[in-house]
Design a protein around this ligand. Structure first.
Ligand code: F0G
Length: 357
């Protein structure tokens, strides 16, 4: 079998806005596992599948969009790529820019990014600017800079290329299941991923690859749920730092995905998010970052309230890898005990007949 070469070269070139002139800047992203969750399936009476996006090269779904965005930036001769981020976009942008030999700069909210993500951006060589403000402030500054300087902005806003790459998660899901699921659950922050996933299903529907479309169920953290309230949140609050977004840039796209699919965008509390975060690790052996558990939290919330019909096929995008946020893991229910003393050394044993000692 030929080995996987990434989304552009192996997977979905014909569905991506690339040409023969576009260099393929890839880390062999995509082709991530779609795991059946026995626990969630038994609990809900549905067939629940987990799309493990933390298996991407920089540990999140962002790599799907970034291979396209940076490949096009390289084709256009960009010298600097810029993004605002709660962490994962910056890690991904920095990695793909490094691979393309392009300088990257990232704007992140100071003190509000998981250290693993910051560590990635540092190691990949990004110029890092920590902003005393929220992610929304970072995005505003990034857009302003890109408007006035020759910079390639690789946030999904103003960069449809990112979204077209992220559509591939729907293509892979359909190719694995042979159809669309009944419901696709995922966390929502800036709104790009729900928009892209829905567009992916619609693209395959228009092309005749699927008959029925899924319902899109997006979930925001209760303290950062502007799409649920219908208005921006000035000071978004949640321990799930990746989705601490108060004014989603792809607002309309997210609302369209919800409405066109007859779906929903709901809120889950941090407690529900962390319950799901623990459950995924303990019952399915999948370690995600807290924000990534929001889709599972939302599904369980619907189930608990009797709003889930059994017998459906449900795909949940697990957006990022738990290794990125060890602080969250160690803060949550791990108390360090005093280190145990090693036993005293026993006398040397005979190498030939150890059992006689
Ligand atoms: N899950 C994770 C792990 C994320 O990093 C993000 C977004 C989302 C879910 C939500 O996706 O924004 O497309 O609705 N992270 C962005 C970032 C904001 O900068 O890394 P969305």
């Amino acid at each position: 079998m030929e080995s996987w070469q990434g989304l552009i070269d192996s997977g979905y070139r014909r569905w991506l806005p690339v040409t023969d002139r576009t260099p393929s800047v890839s880390l062999n992203e995509g082709n991530t596992p779609l795991l059946r969750s026995r626990h969630l399936s038994d609990l809900t009476g549905c067939d629940v599948r987990l799309k493990v996006e933390g298996a991407n090269p920089t540990g999140s779904f962002k790599d799907r969009g970034m291979t396209v965005a940076i490949s096009k930036a390289a084709e256009d001769g960009a010298e600097l790529v810029l993004c605002a981020s709660t962490g994962n976009t910056s890690a991904s942008a920095a990695a793909y820019a490094a691979r393309a030999g392009i300088t990257s700069a990232v704007l992140v909210p100071a003190g509000r990014v998981a250290l693993g993500k910051l560590g990635q951006a540092v190691r990949y060589g990004a110029r890092i600017v920590e902003v005393a403000g929220t992610f929304d402030d970072c995005l505003r500054i990034a857009r302003d800079l890109a408007d006035h300087h020759p910079i390639a902005l690789v946030n999904s806003v103003g960069n449809e290329l990112r979204l077209s790459g992220q559509q591939t998660v729907a293509y892979e899901t359909v190719d694995a299941l042979g159809a669309a699921p009944d419901i696709h659950c995922l966390p929502v922050g800036n709104g790009g991923n729900i928009t892209a996933t829905w567009r992916g299903y619609r693209t395959f529907h228009t092309a005749g690859r699927i008959g029925l479309l899924p319902r899109m169920w997006g979930f925001q953290a209760a303290g950062a749920a502007p799409l649920v309230h219908g208005e921006p949140v000035a000071e978004p609050q949640t321990a799930a730092s990746a989705i601490r977004v108060g004014n989603p840039a792809t607002w309309q796209g997210a609302v369209d995905a919800r409405d066109e699919s007859d779906g929903l965008i709901g809120a889950v509390t941090d407690e529900q998010i962390f319950d799901a975060y623990r459950l995924l690790a303990r019952k399915d052996g999948v370690f995600v970052e807290p924000a990534s558990a929001a889709g599972v939290a939302g599904l369980l919330d619907r189930h608990d309230r009797g709003l889930l019909t059994p017998g459906q096929t449900i795909v949940i995008t697990l957006t990022g890898n738990g290794l990125k946020d060890q602080d969250a893991s160690l803060r949550d229910g791990y108390t360090r005990s005093r280190p145990a003393r090693p036993p005293p050394k026993s006398p040397a044993r005979s190498p030939t007949r150890p059992w006689r000692q």
